[in-house]
Design a protein around this ligand. Structure first.
Ligand code: CU
Length: 480
């Protein structure tokens, strides 16, 4: 009886409360993160001041273990209440880090302790979830991005070592007009209804004398906070298999990456192993997407692994890969044009189980409608933090399909909090087996994703582009 009582106390986490050395109650945290201003040297003697995690960019790599509870202390040394979002993890609202769901803020000059059980395994990340709107010092425009790797119970694939790379731009500025790179996603015919709707709305706006809405550009491009050629090279040996864990930490940009003479074997998307690992010459990552890919080092030399866009690469978006024994200037070769197709990595025979209910969503852009910024709507409604209500009510344990239709010509990296979803249709092509938490929806295209509503409470759903989510492109699910 006494022994049972003792075990009960042990299980409650209170054991040790009266023991010497632990007498002050709370056990130490496994990880401590301090939000505060830091100086990041992005180039030789080129220092940028920004809000960081632990004074560095990217924030420290947190290695967690799937299923093993973790305690993290988050200190906020800034004057602004903060939210730290655990992107891609199944965590309760109290931990997730989104004010829209009801996560408490980390007070200015205060701290919050979070305790949770990490999962699912694979490459995740943490970042601020503040609205930036027209302030380019806030939100993900600054330095608040860091990788998380959750060790799986079983290791995927054989590799000699891991390299973590976070892609991120700095020194943002507003521009008017300017179009996104269009040749990103696999070629597909635009949906004529969506195209007509989008073009009609844009023409009507321009006819009223409106300019095109603001977009964001950048002056500095980095990998792991260093411009191409400034950071340490990735040093490799011939025959080595290097597992790259790539994170697009951008606030607003979709990125490409190629390593001349090499191919990437994609093992996992957003940390989740893919059904069909495949070799590709070029990787594309939408905002907040992650890719884990193995490169067999079989082409000795000194190479630039970089973005296909010359301008962005010249401003720093790349890293040198240097073979042992090779010397000379890092070489870049433009790869053959290659578009990104999620289906390459999916089950070849799609067999997605039918959902309980289909939720239809139409995404639209109101050109320059909010003081020069584009306003974004889901089913005609722009998200308003001052009048928050759940847009969709879900029953716990049931499976839902989101049918997204994009009546704009932009690519939107769509993100669901606290869940993974399965891609079930892209631009009219059925698919299955790919589990993600962000997926790029093409211009004037449709995409369907399925998920099981297994997290009680509010769940945020939004485009991950800071400029889009800040101006209406969000919605809330409530699961009971
Ligand atoms: Cu968007």
């Amino acid at each position: 009886m006494q022994r049972r009582a003792f075990l009960k106390i042990a299980g409650s986490g209170l054991i040790g409360a009266g023991l010497p050395g632990l007498a002050r109650g709370a056990p130490p945290a496994d990880h401590t993160i301090r939000i505060g201003t830091g100086l990041v040297e992005v180039g030789p003697q080129r220092f940028l001041s920004m809000t960081t995690y632990n004074g560095q960019f990217p924030g420290p790599l947190l290695r967690l273990q799937e299923g093993r509870p973790v305690v993290v202390d988050v200190h906020n040394d800034t004057d602004t209440p903060e939210q730290l979002h655990w992107h891609g993890q199944r965590v309760p609202v109290s931990v997730d880090g989104a004010a829209e769901e009801g996560t408490p803020y980390i007070p200015a000059h205060g701290m919050r302790r979070v305790a949770y059980t990490p999962g699912p395994a694979g490459l995740r990340f943490y970042h601020t979830h503040l609205r930036a709107a027209d302030n380019l010092h806030l939100g993900q425009y600054g330095g608040q991005v860091g990788p998380v790797y959750i060790e799986p119970a079983s290791q995927p694939g054989a590799y000699d070592r891991e390299v973590f790379l976070t892609l991120k731009e700095f020194e943002p500025f507003f521009t008017q007009g300017g179009d996104m790179a269009a040749d990103v996603l696999a070629r597909s015919t635009p949906d004529p209804t969506l195209k007509r709707q989008g073009e009609t709305a844009m023409q009507a706006s321009l006819a009223r004398g409106m300019k095109k809405g603001f977009e964001v550009g950048y002056r500095i491009f980095t990998i792991n906070g260093r411009q191409l050629g400034f950071g340490e090279p990735v040093r490799v040996k011939r025959g080595e298999r290097v597992l790259f864990h790539l994170l697009n930490g951008s606030a607003t940009e979709n990125r490409s990456l190629a390593l001349p003479g090499h191919t990437f074997k994609v093992l996992a998307l957003d940390g989740n192993p893919v059904p069909r690992p495949s070799d590709v010459p070029v990787l594309w990552l939408g905002t907040a997407e992650r890719i884990s890919a193995v490169v067999e080092m079989n082409h000795p030399g000194v190479w630039v692994m970089g973005d296909l866009a010359d301008d962005d690469r010249h401003k720093g978006m790349g890293v040198v890969v240097e073979y042992a024994g090779s010397t000379g200037k890092p070489a870049w070769q433009k790869p053959a044009p290659a578009r990104w197709d999620y289906l390459r990595f999916a089950d070849s025979r799609p067999t997605a189980q039918p959902p309980e209910r289909v939720i239809d969503m139409l995404f639209a852009k109101d050109n320059a409608a909010d003081q020069g910024f584009n306003r974004w709507t889901i089913n005609g409604k722009a998200f308003d933090m001052n009048h928050m209500t759940a847009d969709w009510r879900l029953e716990r344990g049931k499976r839902y399909r989101l049918r997204m239709r994009n009546a704009s010509d932009d690519i939107h990296p769509m993100h669901l909090h606290r869940h993974s979803f399965e891609l079930t249709s892209i631009a009219g092509r059925p698919t299955a087996g790919l589990l993600k938490d962000v997926a790029m929806l093409g211009g004037y295209q449709t995409m369907e994703v399925d998920f099981t509503a297994d997290q009680p409470g509010l769940t945020l759903f939004h485009c991950h582009m800071q400029l889009h989510m800040d101006f209406g492109f969000m919605g809330l699910f409530e699961t009971t």
